[in-house]
Write a protein that binds this ligand. Structure first.
Ligand code: ATP
Ligand code: MG
Length: 377
């Protein structure tokens, strides 16, 4: 008696559940259809029981052209592969819907599959949102690709005339084509300096777009990191002296030959040093330290006693075209490409780059690691 009562309770549950619940035989003919399914699909159960799902709640093909009849046949043969599946169904009025199904085989006494018990939930909205996100992502990616290739092409076209401007202004500046008066000297100097600045800007943009489009390749070679670091200080020596800035090095034992892309490492070190020069007021200090950490990598830091970086500005240092807006950044030229590019160069090598600063006026320390050899684990 009580078993019977339980059966009624279960029937009630299935009947009134807020999910599509149905059963079908191995040919795909509906044998049970709950109330929710009736409301959802728009068929009364007496209309659909005994009818095939294909042609009623399953269209012969879905909107992507997939043969759903074949899928249903396969499901009858291999029900275990369809325990959870998502597919497109169709309501009586023709509206396509996406349903997440959970399917369970019902076996007879001999263990043969007799029917399939299906519970479905409407995931149409979720599917649409998913599709929209996917479309938006694809659109963003293709726009980004277009931007990168545009930049790469433009940069290339811009460099050719620029090289003429730089080359010829240099020739004139050195009075190679005749003597100049003071005004001419001053103006030709502007042309030459601006040309060089523009060229380095274009090179940065070109590098960034190459990295973004995955076309940047490293050209690794063996070189002495210690001597690279020492030599790079020489470049800023004169300027440092002019501003009363003391330079120091702390390169530990064990920093020597590494295998990496020398030109890019040089560019990174140069970027860091020129930032330190830019953001350290007269009378300050700038230094380079390097040491082997573990037996797989080297860490290099460029530190200064300059203007420092406030907590709130941390996020801007490595983002493209961003500069921290202070009285200093207005005083010093720049585009805000140096750091993002440097970090990408280091990451291409499998290294990391970060910085530390105690805050405004307390100096900064920019560090990076490089594996002793690129391409080795
Ligand atoms: N050593 C430093 N001390 C204080 N602030 C720094 C230092 N290095 C970088 N920053 C801050 O991070 C910003 C981004 O640096 P980044 O090198 O990318 O740009 P930039 O030097 O202004 O321009 P660019 O390098 O493209 O000529 C700088 O504008 C500055 O605000
Ligand atoms: Mg810079």
């Amino acid at each position: 008696m009580s078993g019977h009562g339980l059966e009624i309770q279960y029937e009630d549950l299935v009947e009134n559940a807020n999910s599509i619940i149905l059963r079908m035989d191995m040919k795909g003919n509906v044998t049970y259809f709950n109330r929710y399914a009736e409301d959802f699909f728009g068929y009364r159960r007496e209309e659909i029981i005994g009818k095939n799902v294909v042609g009623t709640i399953v269209a012969p093909t879905d909107t992507s052209g997939r043969d759903l009849k074949a899928m249903m046949d396969d499901m009858a043969l291999h029900p275990s592969s369809y325990v959870n599946n998502e597919n497109e169904n169709v309501q009586r009025n023709g509206t396509r819907v996406w349903i997440a199904w959970t399917n369970k085989s019902i076996l007879d006494e001999d263990g043969r599959v007799r029917e399939i018990f299906c519970i479905g939930n409407n995931i149409t909205r979720l599917k649409q949102a998913e599709e929209e996100i996917l479309k938006a992502k694809e659109a963003a990616e293709s726009a980004n690709k277009a931007k990168s290739s545009f930049l790469a092409n433009m940069s290339h076209e811009l460099r050719t005339p620029l090289n003429a401007i730089i080359g010829f202004s240099e020739l004139i500046k050195e009075e190679g084509v005749g003597p100049l008066n003071e005004k001419q000297k001053e103006y030709i100097d502007y042309i030459h300096e601006s040309g060089k600045h523009l060229l380095s800007l274009i090179n940065d943009i070109l590098d960034l777009s190459k990295i973004e489009s995955g076309k940047m390749v490293l050209e690794p070679g063996d070189f002495d990191l210690k001597s690279l670091l020492e030599k790079s200080l020489v470049f800023i020596k004169e300027k440092a002296a002019k501003h009363g800035i003391a330079l120091s090095t702390g390169i530990e034992e064990g920093v020597g030959v590494i295998r990496a892309d020398e030109r890019k490492v040089k560019q990174v070190v140069f970027n860091l040093l020129s930032n330190s020069m830019k953001f350290t007021p007269d009378g300050g200090k700038i230094g380079i330290t390097a040491r082997k950490s573990g037996d797989k990598e080297i860490s290099v830091c460029v530190w200064d006693t300059g203007i420092g970086i406030e907590e709130k500005d941390r996020g801007r240092v490595f983002s493209e075209f961003e500069q921290i807006d202070s009285e200093y950044s207005r005083k010093y030229a720049g585009t805000g490409l140096g750091m993002p590019l440097s970090r990408k160069f280091i990451e291409l090598h499998g290294g990391r780059m970060w910085f530390e600063s105690e805050g405004k006026g307390k100096g900064s320390r920019f560090c990076f690691t490089l594996p002793l050899s690129v391409g080795q684990p």
